[in-house]
Design a binder for this molecule. Structure first.
Ligand code: F6R
Length: 607
């Protein structure tokens, strides 16, 4: 799940390529590289680690070529060393690759037997030599790429640059995204439209199996069989894709603070605010005929889906089956023909989520995709798109996309209830009223930042942290633990508060903070009992709850984050803010990179 770029420019392209890679760094940042043609000769600059290392290398050894390719890597095969960094090269070409070439071992043996020598352990290098081998048989670059593509198995996107060909890049898409940008006498290729946004607002997306011969004149797109195809050129509104940090130190901080606005935007898509009703939603199945709903997602998007399970079961009286996509896709789950599956994904490119979507579609399920990136693979494959309008999320740890997913899923849950007659118009109006109050409440909750920062000082010294919640606060406890561990590398676990006594209570001691998420909901009293169990064993309690909750808990509380009073149905949308701020500040205090935590990538396009 790396980021790839290609530029056919009118002047030197190394700088613009690095700029585009910066916008793709969310896809991985283990190493980076650029290749250009210098008087027809292939030249590469590559560096371990983040892009700033590549920039330093380019400053010391500049490249002047007007055609080039670039890459930012999330390592799959081979360590993140310079040798394994892309672009990979064979004598006559260089290539950047995103994805996995599954049959690389067999191809490597086959090509080694022909006398080719490899410089790396990567699967990507095989994508170079497979084409080199075809060129050696006298084929043109175009014929060679087409023939080689037929030999490669897996999910990948590729861009090739050829020695001596200063007006030719060839890109291919098979399972990983690739967009083409149309400029004025210039052409661009990139993993997404965001990478290309400063160059052009005219973008087309390759479809599965497509490959494109790109010159400064334009793009000649072919399908898997080599037949010419047209892919619509779309205009992205100016500036819509550009993401800047503004006055914030990190994208993550900016994205946390954008939540009142983007949750509001998302809700406005689903709700008629004046009439306090839901706007009509084009369900791909008749909700009254459903026996259950399936939800599939990964990571934070899964936590949003798990919260939706509570809402759909409560409002629509429909059983919900939910699983992480990496399990779902392989466990041979029975699928209801004509049933409903909801997939949730910020990027819309997560490999396991995409595979699960294909799995249910092949078995007759209708699908709704709760997706943030509108042109993504999931968005395009799903029967009905339920967008989240979070805007580009650059921080690797998901924040605003999560609360927008919750907002969209809450609206869908109410909508399912309405369509099934399990809630009437009065209940709809009440729920919609509660839901549209969440942006304002989020703004209130964000004022707790100084308190969250103070708490972070204590959490930063902990070795382990436990998060507890019940009902819809249980998924949020899981999310709190995920945010803290991915950002600060502190070990954290989320637990259903009622499960505490079935094992984890053995962990309670005077060192481990226990963060209790306790909005005033139907299980509040039960959570208070669980807190007392912790207190009785000398545990350090951090309470996130409404103003009166601390008194009512009647236990010693080390830190209290006093949340605004609210009706509890949609509390997770609001309570997400303090857990995000806590994880963010803990990471910053500990000197960790809050936007780009180690080993992670924003868009997980490998399984
Ligand atoms: C955690 C995080 C990840 C993603 C997961 C799914 O902060 O961001 O767990 O939620 O990789 O990604 P999408 O939503 O793009 O499918």
């Amino acid at each position: 799940m790396c980021g790839i770029v290609g530029v056919l420019g009118r002047g030197p392209v190394a700088g613009p390529i690095v700029d585009a890679l910066k916008r793709l760094e969310y896809r991985g940042y283990d190493s980076a590289g650029v290749a250009t043609l210098e008087n027809g000769r292939l030249e590469r600059r590559r560096a371990e680690g983040k892009l700033k290392n590549l920039e330093a290398k380019l400053a010391a050894e500049p490249l002047a070529g007007a055609i080039g390719i670039g890459h930012t890597r999330w390592a799959t095969h081979g360590k993140p060393t310079v040798a394994n960094a892309h672009p990979h090269a064979s004598p006559r070409l260089a290539v950047v690759h995103n994805g996995i070439i599954e049959n690389f071992k067999a191809l490597r043996e086959e090509l080694a037997a022909k006398g080719y020598h490899f410089a790396t352990e990567t699967d990507s290098e095989i994508a170079a030599f497979a084409v080199e081998d075809e060129l050696a048989r006298g084929k043109t670059p175009e014929q060679a790429v087409h023939a080689a593509l037929g030999r490669l198995r897996g999910a990948f996107a590729l861009v090739y640059l050829f020695a001596g060909e200063d007006d030719l890049l060839i890109g291919a898409r098979q399972g990983a995204p690739l967009a083409i940008g149309y400029g004025d006498g210039e052409m661009f290729l990139g993993s997404d439209a965001l990478a290309l946004a400063p160059f052009t607002d005219r973008i087309s997306y390759l479809e599965e199996g497509d490959w494109a011969v790109v010159t400064r004149e334009g793009a000649d797109i072919r399908d898997r069989d080599g037949k010419r195809v047209k892919r619509r050129i779309q205009r992205s509104p100016p500036g819509s894709l550009l993401a800047e940090k503004g006055n914030y130190r990190h994208f993550m901080a900016k994205e946390i603070h954008e939540q009142p606005e983007v949750v509001g935007h998302t809700l406005a898509h689903y709700v008629d605010m004046a009439a306090m009703r839901l706007k009509p939603f084009a369900w791909p199945v008749d909700p009254t005929k459903l026996a259950r709903v399936t939800i599939v997602a990964c990571g934070t998007a899964y936590m949003a889906g798990l919260t939706a399970k509570y809402w759909i079961e409560r409002f629509a009286r429909l059983p919900v089956e939910i699983d992480v996509a990496s399990e779902y896709r392989y466990r041979e789950a029975p699928v209801d023909d004509g049933g409903l599956t909801i997939v949730v994904s910020q990027s819309g490119e997560t490999a396991d989520t995409l595979a699960s979507l294909r799995y249910v579609k092949e078995r007759g399920s209708k699908t709704v995709g709760v997706v943030n990136v509108p042109d993504s693979s999931v968005a395009r494959l799903t029967d009905v798109l339920a967008p989240t309008l979070a805007g580009p999320e650059i921080g690797v740890a998901s924040t605003k996309a999560f609360t927008c997913q919750l907002a969209a899923l809450a609206a869908l849950a109410i909508g399912l209830g309405k369509a099934r007659g399990t809630i009437d118009e009065a209940a709809e109006a009440t729920l919609v009223g509660e839901l549209i109050a969440t942006p304002g409440l989020l703004a209130e909750a964000l004022k707790l930042e100084p308190a969250a920062e103070k708490l972070a000082q204590a959490v930063a010294r902990a070795r382990d942290v436990l998060y507890l919640g019940r009902g819809t606060s249980y998924p949020l406890a899981l999310e709190g633990a995920l945010k803290l561990k991915e950002l600060s590398y502190i070990h954290a676990e989320g637990y259903a508060a009622g499960e505490l006594k079935h094992g984890p209570i053995a962990l309670i001691d005077e060192a481990m903070p226990v963060i209790v998420i306790a909005p005033r909901d139907a299980v509040f009293e039960k959570v208070v009992s669980n807190m007392q169990e912790v207190a009785a064993r000398g545990g350090r309690i951090v309470l996130i709850g409404e103003k009166r909750a601390a008194e009512e808990a009647a236990v010693t509380i080390e830190h209290f984050l006093a949340m605004p009073d609210m009706s509890a149905n949609f509390a997770p949308i609001v309570y997400a803010a303090p857990i995000q701020m806590l994880a963010y500040h803990t990471a910053v205090i500990m000197g960790k990179d809050a936007d780009q935590p180690r080993n992670l990538a924003k868009s997980v396009t490998v399984e």
